[in-house]
Structure formats: structure tokens, C-alpha cells
Design a binder for this molecule. Structure first.
Ligand code: DLL
Length: 434
């Protein structure tokens, strides 16, 4: 279902006219309403009147997460606090959270964008959607909840955790769609199996909308197999709006960005210059329509590519690739750059390997060392020395040949590694402590 035919199928020319009109308006708006932006722009010698074409966006200084933190909690608001209708906060790991605010107008945009993402994935009005994101300050649960409701579906706000109960609800309430992180979807499948259910027979699931963390194609194939569903990826971030920035359609060839609301650029994180078409870069997003807390040229730190070619689904919006990783998550192992998602892809390609893994990075002298702990799919393999050695060699060999990295590989028992109910944290970087 294309939720907003007008905006999702516009010609590039029409879209660019709309984007430019909105860009001019929003840049003037923040300059007038938010002292932070005025100060920053005056210092950089930028004035909103300098925006004549879309390319002129490159003249505007970037906004970063530290700007939100430094102006905690309300310093980037463009409206009086009394105009706010919702306040969320991003899942910061340390210190104060990053607060994000929505006016009534922003809530409408957000609901529409999430409805588009639901439609992109193939959600229909007669679906029953179980949302297994944590309800609360996190934007994931309420965002996707509102989107699914807007499509006309029935929503089960199950939240995250108590996985046995989640499985019972999925089965008894005949949920047809699962919304969660990809890692939690695997956990749900695992518990359903442990409880003795036959997923094909006992469940009504047909579709999964997964987001909020990196997941390789191979991980999606594993979830699709284990839960007997069609899986889709969707992307967003609190600072920009939450979920609703982009989502995969049934062609699964990238996530359609809701470009009439979020203007995307890709830059080289070091030079800050735009990358060449088709090249990998850091995604920078500008909110074109929000009025509560717009962000202009926000550096997401998320690394991907952009594809402007038309999609067979009929949408004309640009598609971003899966997120390869965050620029600050990139590992440099003996001079080779590698993202955890690439390690995941290599592991998941091997049938004897399970779906859970951990990456531990340490430093000995001036040498970075990588340890990959990964569960085997079938525990009996661990007692067969020959098979175990063969598998061990295969994992090491594939990591070396495909990614050019040498890793210490440890094959461990099924169900022995940590599970996650929200975003998975699979990398432990001990280098900073050494
Ligand atoms: O995770 C918003 C969201 C909720 C998106 C539910 C999709 C579904 P934050 O907690 O602010 O917001 O985290 C944002 O999560 O910068 C990415 O690094 C990562 N991320 C989000 N979606 C994806 C995805 C929500 N599909 C940060 N693939 C972002 C990879 C993702 N990483």
C-alpha cells in the first residue's frame, strides 16, 4: 500500500521544487526562532537568504548531537514550551538523555511518516500488529504504534520484555505483524521454539517491521526463516523524528526516505564534503517541515549509500542502503576498516552457525585484536572434534578472505551468549581501558 501517493510518487523535478521551497522556509524559521542557530550561522557567515538552490544547503553549518546535549533540555526549541504535545528522549548511554519535542503539527507529520513506513512494508488495515519495542521515552514504540493505527490496523502495545508472555500474546491474539528490533525478533523465535510451538502452525504472523539497530541481509533471512515471515527494515532517529524517516518496500532494495520531510545528504565524515554519487558516506538529514524542534544538516553518524533510481514498487523517493554501521562504531583491526555488520554477514552465511554472536576488541602493545564468539546452531557439534575444527577453520577463513581480518574465533554453545530485548550491543571494545 502506498500511503501517500502524492508525496511518495512525485517526479524528481516536482519533489525538488517542494524541497527547495521548504528548505528556504525552515532555514529562515530556525534563524528567526532559535538563538542557537542564529548565533551559529552569524559566526559562520551564513545567512538564510543565501539558499537559492538545493545545493546551497552545503553552505549551512552542520548540527551535531553535542549541540542538542549542550542545549539540554529545551535550548533548540523553536516554539514556546506551551505549544508542545509530546516529549521523548533518545536512548543515550551515558549522562543526560537527548530530549526531542513535538508540537501538534509535528505529531501529525510523525504519524504520517510512520504510516508510510508501515505501508512501505506491506502492512494492511486488517492486520493485527504486536509492537514489542519498549514503550516510554524511546520513540520506537509509540511512533510505530501511531503509524500502524493510522493505516487502520489493530495494535497490541505489548512493549518489550517478558518474552514468554510476548509469545503467548502473539499466538493467542493472532498477531499478523511483529514490530521490534531484529535481535528481539530472534529472541522471540527462540523462546517460541523452547516452549514447543510450531511457528508455521501455531502463529498467524506474516510480516515483520524491524528497525532501530543494524541488521544484515543474512540476519533478516534468518529471522524470515525462523518466524516464517516477510521481513523489512526501517530506519529513523529521535533527533530527526524517531522511526518514520525511511523504510523498505516489498522489493527490499533499500529504504525509501520520506524526502519531502527529510532532506538527505551523504558526506565524507573526515573531509565533510559530499561523497560522489553511489559512494558510501555519512547520512546528514535536514527536517524540512517540523516546527517544534527542527534540525538542520544533522550529522547522524550512520553510514550508508543512496540510490536515486526509480523503484519497481512505484515510489520515486531515494532509497538508502542498510546502515553499514555508525562512523564511531567502525573497527580498525590492523589497519583494516570493518563494521560489526560486515562480520555479522560473514557469520550468518555459514549454516552451522547460530544467530547470536559477540565481538570483543582488545589491544596488545600497539596491535588491535579481535575475538569473535559465536553460537553454533546445533550444540552436538561441540562434542564432535573433527566437525568443530572444520567449522572453526571455515569461520576464520571466511573472515580472512571476505573481510581481510584475522580473528580469534570461539565457537560456543547455543543459548550461552547474552540476549537483548531492545537494541543489541554486540561489540565490547576494551581498547580504551587498556
Ligand atoms: O532507534 C528510532 C527507531 C525506532 C527507528 C524504531 C526505527 C524503528 P534512536 O534510539 O534515537 O532512535 O536511535 C537512532 O539507531 O542513528 C542508528 O544508528 C540506529 N538505527 C535506527 N534504525 C536503524 C536501522 C531509533 N534500521 C539510531 N538500521 C540511528 C541500522 C538503525 N541502525
Amino acid at each position: 500500500m502506498i500511503y501517500d501517493v502524492k508525496h511518495e510518487t512525485m517526479s524528481r523535478e516536482e519533489l525538488e521544487v517542494l524541497q527547495l521551497e521548504r528548505l528556504k522556509k525552515i532555514v529562515h524559521y530556525v534563524y528567526e526562532k532559535v538563538p542557537f542557530y542564529k548565533r551559529k550561522y552569524d559566526l559562520a557567515g551564513f545567512h538564510p537568504d543565501m539558499i537559492k538552490t538545493l545545493k546551497d544547503i552545503q553552505k549551512i553549518p552542520f548540527t551535531e548531537k553535542s549541540d542538542l546535549r549542550d542545549n539540554y533540555p529545551y535550548g533548540l526549541l523553536a516554539v514556546p514550551i506551551s505549544k508542545l504535545k509530546r516529549i521523548h528522549a533518545s536512548s543515550g548511554t551515558s549522562g543526560k538523555p537527548t530530549v526531542v519535542c513535538y508540537t501538534e503539527h509535528d505529531m501529525e507529520i510523525w504519524k504520517d511518516c510512520c504510516a508510510r513506513v508501515c505501508g512501505q512494508a506491506g502492512l494492511e488495515p486488517d492486520d493485527i500488529v504486536q509492537v514489542c519495542f519498549g514503550y516510554g521515552l524511546f520513540t520506537g514504540a509509540l511512533g510505530m504504534h501511531q503509524g500502524a493505527e493510522r493505516i487502520g490496523a489493530a495494535v497490541i502495545p505489548a512493549s518489550a520484555g517478558n518474552t514468554e508472555r510476548q509469545v503467548m500474546l502473539l499466538k493467542d491474539l493472532k498477531a499478523t505483524v511483529l514490530v521490534s528490533t531484529p535481535s528481539y525478533a530472534l529472541r522471540i523465535a527462540e523462546i517460541a521454539r523452547k516452549l514447543g510451538y510450531d511457528i508455521k502452525k501455531d502463529f498467524s504472523l506474516r510480516l515483520g517491521l524491524f528497525g532501530s539497530e543494524s541488521s544484515s541481509e543474512e540476519m533478516h533471512a534468518e529471522i524470515a526463516k525462523q518466524l516464517n515471515i516477510f521481513t523489512t527494515d526501517n530506519y529513523g532517529l529521535s533527533e530527526v523524528i524517531g522511526p518514520g524517516v525511511s523504510g523498505e518496500c516489498y522489493k527490499k532494495n533499500g529504504m525509501h526516505i520520506n524526502e519531502d520531510h527529510f532532506y538527505p545528504e551523504l558526506i565524507n565524515s573526515d573531509t565533510l564534503e559530499p561523497v560522489k554519487p553511489g559512494e558510501i558516506g555519512e547520512l546528514v538529514l535536514t527536517t524540512l517541515t517540523k516546527d517544534g524542534m527542527p534540525v538542520i544538516r544533522y550529522r547522524t553518524k550512520d553510514i550508508c549509500t543512496l540510490d536515486y533510481s526509480p523503484c519497481e514498487c512505484g515510489r520515486t523517493t531515494v532509497r538508502m542502503s542498510k546502515i553499514l554501521g555508525r562512523s564511531d562504531d567502525m573497527l580498525i583491526i590492523r589497519g583494516v576498516n570493518v563494521f560489526p555488520s560486515q562480520i555479522e554477514s560473514v557469520l550468518m552465511e555459514i549454516p552451522e552457525i547460530g544467530s547470536q554472536y559477540e565481538i570483543i576488541v582488545t589491544r596488545e602493545g600497539n596491535m588491535d585484536k579481535l575475538e569473535v564468539r559465536v553460537e553454533v546452531a546445533d550444540g552436538s557439534l561441540l562434542t564432535d572434534y573433527k566437525k568443530l575444527m572444520d567449522l572453526h577453520q571455515k569461520v576464520q577463513h571466511n573472515l580472512r578472505v571476505i573481510l581481510q581480518i584475522d580473528a580469534l574465533v570461539k565457537l560456543v554453545e547455543p543459548l550461552s551468549l547474552k540476549r537483548f530485548e531492545g537494541k543489541a550491543n554486540r561489540v565490547t571494545d576494551l581498547r580504551k581501558k587498556n
